[in-house]
Design a protein around this ligand. Structure first.
Ligand code: ATP
Length: 234
């Protein structure tokens, strides 16, 4: 469904990704693991069009995403939950969710989509008229995921959903990611918390200093001696 081939990405003259290739098949949860600064967020930003690769290609089904703009990429069914949530703190939960519906097909159907999100995230229903900046970290993460889901994406990119959250909240967030996947949404999940990411993922890739160094089934990765030492602290 989503195929990245031999991608090089730069910030100005500084190269951040080298020859990165990865595939996410329809219906999968694929996790991209790596340490701080490895290039995980850069990969997601390039897929959603915020950065353009200097070399290589990104395709969603038959569409070349690297040749179109971010607002067009959303129209093709890809949505991005950025690192740090990036909600509008002075807008309510409901208003933040409306922002996710700004593309015309989603705007027409926004009430239905927003009600659906309130069912998946009942806490957002309770907090509907509260300013997003006053929510807890976990609630903010749920609001950010719900906002990205309003446009009914086929593929959801998630950047560090566990960041700064207590373990019990992380578990709840990951249950929701699984639920969303079971409803048919394909997921590319960037995580530093390899332990929990490998529990819900079907497959994974490991990125180190801008290079993909390992890939495989999540079960196999979690048994791998190098992964155990470097990423699982075992
Ligand atoms: P983290 O979990 O810390 O966000 P990451 O794996 O997502 O790590 P990236 O943010 O993709 O890593 O960073 C990859 C490389 O690109 C790093 O060397 C980083 O310093 C560099 N980089 C990231 N953003 C910029 C930027 N805006 N300008 C210049 N270099 C950047």
């Amino acid at each position: 469904m989503l195929e990245i081939k031999n991608m090089d990405v730069f910030y100005g003259d500084a190269q951040a990704l080298w020859d990165v290739s990865l595939i996410v098949k329809e219906g999968e949860i694929v996790t991209l693991l790596g340490a701080n600064g490895a290039g995980k967020s850069t990969t997601l930003r390039t897929i959603s069009g915020l950065l353009k690769p200097k070399k290589g290609s990104i395709s969603l089904s038959a569409v070349r995403l690297d040749r179109i703009e971010p607002y067009q990429i959303i129209l093709h069914g890809l949505s991005h939950v950025p690192e740090g949530r990036r909600l509008f703190p002075n807008m309510t939960v409901w208003e933040n969710l409306s922002v996710g519906a700004y593309i015309p097909p989603a705007w027409k159907d926004r009430s239905g989509a927003m009600e659906e999100m309130m069912e998946i995230f009942p806490i957002l229903k309770e907090r509907r008229d509260q300013l997003a900046g006053t929510l807890s970290g976990g609630e903010q993460q749920m609001c950010a995921i719900a906002r990205a889901m309003i446009s009914r994406p086929k593929v959801l990119l998630l950047d560090e959903p566990s960041l700064g959250l207590a373990p019990v909240i992380v578990e709840r967030i990951f249950e929701v990611i699984q639920k969303i996947n079971q409803k048919g949404v394909t997921v590319l999940l960037v995580e530093q918390n390899a332990y929990i990411a490998l529990q819900i993922a079907h497959r994974g890739y490991v990125i180190e200093t801008g290079h993909v160094v390992m890939e495989g089934e999540a079960n196999r990765l979690s048994q791998d001696e190098y992964i155990k030492q470097a990423y699982l602290g075992l």
